[in-house]
Ligand binder design. Structure first.
Ligand code: ADP
Length: 398
């Protein structure tokens, strides 16, 4: 039985050859036999694809003769084709992308596979093309869309930063003069006049804040933010930030509580000015979205390799529905209609700056009970154990 089966499947070399030739001819993918670096035999699919009339027209052509002068990477097609064939003959197999040219002069992309085969006593190459025009066009479209989006984003950021600069000058005049009026440097004001001047001043301040925030966002987007990341002292950052919001907290009747910062957490690796900018923003929010008699707790903890600054408040809290978008530019959640002034840019800037410093800014909140926002910044390498590189660490904890 077995013997019979074997007999059933065995063929003579000529029968096999005929079968392979039929497969070669019937294939819809262009196929070639390359001998001595020239296309010698091809199938009808190759003839059709290239727009020729007969196989004989394509015989004895170097692959570069059916290609543009240069490939996409700028290499001359002749040199590149020689290189591809050498790799196939050395390694036995090679697959790559190539641009060919039809008789009409139109270029088209193919994926080429070259396989070394023995043919009439020497090494030849069996070559198959797969048309990848659709994939190529799609990739090209995606590439172009990405470039366009990047260009649009760059122009937007450029426009914003230019406008912000232009707006600052007149705004400073509005603020300066209304401040002088408000302080009655030009003579006493009646109640109505004082109220109006204060409104001008407050409006100007808000506008300046918006312009500053827009400028910061644009700078971050354009990669123009200059960070001075170095060993810094957590206590100093907290102290400076509190100094800047103390008056606002007093005016709003909010009590600030600050825990002592453990010595071993004192040293971190960050840009001091930016870290303070973030903390001031978190503290200002904790004051703004609170009520008289409210509290804020500032603490510094360890979180893996990060120093975590937490700003906790017992204010309004944030509704779950708003939580996901709170870091999106201009998103103000339920404050949009509350009358509490803001731009919706503070938190996005905090997050972007924290990421620039290899840190993170996030929050948790229970609506009606309060929120805790935190800033994680990398701790100094080598701290808290003594490390010569770390001056702050040496001064404070070692
Ligand atoms: P702004 O304060 O200018 O509106 P932010 O980006 O700083 O912009 O904050 C976005 C929104 O997040 C605020 O409008 C507010 O709804 C909410 N938010 C931020 N911090 C707090 C907080 N501590 N408590 C309650 N809501 C907050």
């Amino acid at each position: 039985m077995i013997k019979n089966k074997k007999q059933q499947y065995s063929h003579s070399p000529t029968e096999d050859g005929e079968k392979y030739r039929m497969l070669f001819e019937a294939s819809e993918d262009p196929m070639w036999l390359i001998i001595d670096q020239k296309f010698e035999i091809c199938n009808d699919a190759a003839v059709r694809t290239l727009g020729y009339k007969s196989q004989s027209e394509l015989r004895n052509t170097h692959p570069s003769q059916l290609s543009p002068k240069y490939q996409e990477d700028g290499k001359p097609s002749f040199d590149a084709a020689e290189e591809m064939m050498t790799i196939a003959l050395t390694k036995g197999y090679h697959r790559f992308h190539w641009t060919h040219t039809k008789k009409s002069g139109e270029n088209f992309p193919v994926e080429v596979t070259l396989t070394k085969i023995p043919f009439q006593g020497k090494d030849a190459i069996f070559c198959v093309w797969r048309d990848i025009t659709d994939q190529y066009n799609l990739e090209k479209e995606l590439r172009e869309a990405k470039i366009n989006a990047e260009e649009a984003s760059k122009s937007k950021s450029k426009f914003l930063s230019m406008m912000s600069h232009e707006l600052r000058t007149p705004l400073n005049a509005v603020l300066g003069f209304s401040d002088m009026l408000k302080n009655e440097l030009y003579g006493p004001l009646n109640e109505k006049q004082m109220g109006t001047v204060k409104s001008i001043y407050q409006g100007g301040e808000l506008l300046l804040h918006l312009v500053d925030d827009l400028l910061s966002m644009a700078k971050i987007d354009q990669g123009e933010i200059n960070l001075n990341i170095e060993h810094n002292n957590a206590s100093e950052i907290v102290k400076n930030s509190i100094n800047l919001v103390e008056k606002l907290a007093n005016d709003s009747q909010i009590t600030l509580h600050c825990e002592d910062i453990p010595d071993d957490l004192n040293c971190l690796y960050a840009d001091r000015v930016r870290a303070e900018q973030i903390l001031v923003n978190l503290l200002t929010n904790a004051i703004k979205y609170n009520q008289p008699g409210g509290n804020i707790w500032i603490s510094v903890d360890k979180n893996n390799s990060y120093t975590r600054f937490s700003v906790e408040d017992d204010g309004k809290g944030i509704q779950r529905d708003h939580a996901k978008q709170i870091f999106e530019p201009f998103y103000r959640g339920e404050q949009t209609t509350s009358g509490i002034e803001g731009t919706g840019l503070g938190l996005p800037i905090c997050r972007r700056l924290s990421i620039e410093m290899n840190g993170e800014c996030d929050f948790e909140s229970v609506y009606g009970q309060g929120s805790v926002f935190w800033l994680d910044l990398p701790r100094c390498v080598g701290c808290p154990s003594f490390d010569d590189k770390c001056d702050i660490g040496r001064k404070h904890s070692h």
